[in-house]
Design a protein around this ligand. Structure first.
Ligand code: NAP
Length: 550
C-alpha cells in the first residue's frame, strides 16, 4: 500500500477524533517517558505522552509481584537532573522495593506537573510517517490519531511479557498470573500451594518473598542462574546525610563509569588470572559482603576470558554449596552452562536459604521438562504437582518487543518489522535510517540494560532533546540516520560484543528466550561513559551520521 494512502486512510477513519498536532509525541510514561516530557516541555516544545497502562510508572507499575525490587542502589537508580528532587526524596532501603519506586515516580509526576500532558489507557497501535508533511501519524486503540513532527519511543526494554507457552493452561482450576502483569488489587498467597515457573530476576525475588508465606512453594527451575547477594538493608540516615552532602559529586563520578554508577574502588585493577588464588578469594569475599551485581567487575579479565571467569563462577557455586544443606538441591542450583555475567546476574537477599525450608521444593525441569498444565497443577515428565496458584516469571520479549508490537512505517511505507526481520539495526541505538524524526530511548545498540537504566535514560533523553531542539531551532524538517553510519555502528556493536564472553549464553540479551527471534546481541557492551563520549562527539561535530534537511 502506498504510505500516503495509508496516512490518509488513518486520518479519514478517525476524522472526528483526530487530535491537534504537537511538536513531539512521546510513547510510554515510565522513567524515560516522564523525563522526556519534562525535558522537552522545558525547551518550549509542545509534548503529549501516550501511555497504555491506566497510570504512569512503566515497569514499576506493572511488576507488583511480592519481592519486586530494584537491583541498582536506590540513590543511583533515581533521577539526577534536579538537585532539589534528589535532596528532598528519601529512600528507605539500600535497594528500593517496587512500591517505593512507584511512589517516587508519582512524586515526579506531581512535582513537575506532568499529568496534564499524559494520556493514559492509550495504546499506540501504529506510527506512520507522512512524508509530504514530514510528520508522524500515530493511531491508538481509542480510535484516535495524533500528529507530531517528532516521536520519542520511551517504550522500555522489558515491557512486553512473554506469555507462558505451556499447553493446557486454560484447563487449570486454580489461578495463574505473570509476574509482569500482577493483579493491581494484589493476590494473597498465604497458606496456598504456589508453583513458580522461571528463576530469572523476577522468579528469584518472588520465591524469596513467598517462601514461608505460601503453604508450599514449588520452584520449577529450567536453568540455574548465579544469584548474587544484594545485601539489602534499611537506609542508614547517617549515610544518607553524608551522600546527599556530596550528591552532585557522586553523580559526576557515576558519569565516568561503564555501568552508570560507581563500583568499589578496589575493583577492576588487574586480571584474576594474574592474582594469587588466596588474594583472589579475598577480593571475591569482599565483594560478596559488599553486595550488588559487580562481581564481574572486580578483575579485568572476568568478562573476556573463560578461565578467569570460571574462578568467579566457582566462587559462587561454592557459596551455594555452603548455604544449601541438601547437596543434591545445592548442585541443581549451581549454574554450569554459562559463564558468570553472560546472563544478567540475579540479585537478591536470601534466595538460596529458602531451599533449606521444608515447605520449599526445587523441581529440575531441565531433565524432566514441564509437559502440560493440568486442571490440578503442573505435570512434568516425572510427576504431577497439585497447586492453587501458578506464577509465571517467564520473562520478556526484550528490547525490540515493544517497538515491534506497533506497526511502525517510515519513508515509502517501509515497515520496521520487515527492516528488523534479521535483528535490530539502529544508529547509536537511538535512531533508524528510513525512519526520520523518530528516536528510541535506550534502544537496541545502546548500553541500556547493561547499565543503570535511569542513568542511561537520562543520557538518551538529554541527547535526543538537544537534537530535537537543534532541529527545531534550525528549521530542519527531517532528521534521519544515514544508512552507512548506521551499518558501521551495528557492526561495531556486534564486534564489541564478540570480543567478550557475553554472546556465549542463551540470554534475553541475544533474543534466545523467544522462539524464532533472530539471535543478535542487542545491547552495546562499550559502557555508559565511553558511549556518552561517542554521543558527545557526534553532537559536537554537527550530528555526524545524521542528515538534517529543511
Ligand atoms: P528472565 O530472566 O527472562 O527469566 C525467565 C525465566 O523463565 C528463566 O528462568 C527461564 O528459563 C524460565 N522459563 C521460561 N519459559 C519456561 C518454560 N516453558 N519452562 C520452564 N521455565 C521457563 O525474566 P525475568 O526474571 O522477568 O527477568 C528479566 C529481566 O528483567 C532481568 O534480567 C532484569 O534485567 C529485569 N528485572 C530486574 C529486576 C530488578 O531490578 N531486580 C527484577 C526483575 C526483572 P531458561 O533460563 O531456561 O530460559
Amino acid at each position: 500500500m502506498d504510505v500516503q494512502d495509508d496516512v490518509q486512510d488513518l486520518d479519514q477513519d478517525a476524522t472526528e477524533t483526530a487530535r491537534g498536532p504537537v511538536d513531539v509525541l512521546v510513547v510510554g510514561a515510565g522513567f524515560a517517558g516522564l523525563y522526556a516530557l519534562h525535558r522537552l516541555r522545558g525547551s518550549g516544545l509542545t509534548v503529549r505522552v501516550l501511555d497504555a497502562p491506566e497510570a504512569p510508572g512503566g515497569t514499576w507499575a506493572a511488576n507488583r509481584y511480592p519481592g519486586a525490587r530494584c537491583d541498582v542502589q536506590s540513590f543511583d537508580y533515581s533521577f539526577s537532573f534536579d538537585e532539589a528532587l534528589q535532596q528532598e526524596w528519601s529512600w528507605s532501603e539500600r535497594y528500593a522495593a517496587q512500591g517505593e519506586i512507584l511512589d517516587y515516580l508519582r512524586h515526579v509526576v506531581d512535582r513537575f506537573d506532568l499529568a496534564r500532558d499524559i494520556e493514559s489507557s492509550t495504546r499506540v497501535l501504529s506510527a506512520v510517517f507522512d512524508q509530504l508533511a514530514d510528520e508522524w501519524v500515530l493511531t491508538t486503540d481509542r480510535g484516535e490519531t495524533h500528529r507530531s513532527r517528532f516521536v520519542v519511543m520511551a517504550t522500555g526494554c522489558l515491557s512486553v511479557p512473554r506469555p507462558p507457552d505451556i499447553p493446557g493452561l486454560e484447563s487449570f482450576r486454580g489461578r495463574w498470573v505473570h509476574t509482569a502483569d500482577w493483579p493491581r488489587e494484589g493476590l494473597d498467597l498465604t497458606g496456598l500451594r504456589v508453583g513458580l515457573v522461571g528463576t530469572g530476576s523476577s522468579g528469584v525475588q518472588f520465591a524469596t518473598a513467598t517462601a514461608g508465606v505460601a503453604g508450599e512453594l514449588v520452584v520449577f527451575q529450567r536453568s540455574p542462574n548465579y544469584v548474587l547477594p544484594a545485601q539489602n538493608r534499611p537506609m542508614d540516615p547517617e549515610f544518607e546525610r553524608e551522600l546527599k552532602a556530596r550528591y552532585a559529586e557522586h553523580r559526576a563520578l557515576a558519569k565516568q563509569t561503564t555501568r552508570g554508577y560507581p563500583v568499589p574502588a578496589y575493583a577492576g585493577q588487574k586480571p584474576a588470572l594474574a592474582t594469587p588464588a588466596d588474594e583472589r578469594q579475598e577480593v571475591f569475599e569482599a565483594i560478596w559482603e559488599h553486595g550488588g551485581p559487580v562481581l564481574t567487575s572486580v578483575f579485568t579479565d572476568l568478562t573476556v576470558d573463560e578461565a578467569a571467569n570460571e574462578t568467579a563462577a566457582e566462587f559462587v557455586r561454592q557459596k551455594i554449596r555452603d548455604i544449601v544443606t541438601d547437596p543434591v538441591t545445592a548442585e541443581l542450583l549451581c549454574p554450569y552452562d554459562h559463564p558468570l555475567g553472560t546472563r544478567r546476574p540475579v540479585l537478591d537477599t536470601g534466595y538460596y536459604p529458602i531451599f533449606n525450608r521444608d515447605d520449599v521444593t526445587l523441581v529440575d525441569v531441565r531433565t524432566a521438562p514441564i509437559t502440560e498444565i493440568t486442571p490440578a497443577g503442573v505435570r512434568t515428565t516425572d510427576a504431577e504437582y497439585e497447586l492453587d496458584v501458578i506464577v509465571f516469571a517467564t520473562g520478556y520479549d526484550a528490547m525490540t518487543g515493544a517497538l515491534l508490537a506497533m506497526d511502525i512505517r517510515g519513508v515509502d511505507g517501509v515497515s520496521l518489522r520487515e527492516e528488523w526481520a534479521d535483528g535490530p539495526a539502529a544508529y547509536l541505538g537511538v535512531a533508524m535510517a528510513g525512519f526520520p524524526n523518530l528516536f528510541t530511548v535506550t534502544g537496541p545498540g545502546s548500553p541500556s540494560v547493561l547499565t543503570n537504566m535511569v542513568a542511561s535514560i537520562e543520557q538518551h533523553v538529554e541527547w535526543i532533546s538537544d537534537l530535537v531542539e537543534h532541529a527545531h531551532a534550525t528549521g530542519a524538517r527531517r532528521v534521519e540516520a544515514e544508512p552507512a553510519d548506521q551499518a558501521r555502528w551495528v557492526q561495531h556493536v556486534l564486534d564489541r560484543a564478540e570480543a567478550t564472553l557475553l554472546p556465549k549464553a542463551n540470554s534475553w540479551w541475544i533474543g534466545a528466550n523467544v522462539p524464532g527471534k533472530p539471535r543478535v546481541f542487542m545491547p552495546y557492551v562499550g559502557g555508559y561513559a565511553p558511549y556518552g563520549q561517542v554521543l558527545a562527539e557526534v553532537s559536537r561535530d554537527g550530528y555526524t551520521g545524521f542528515s538534517l534537511t529543511r
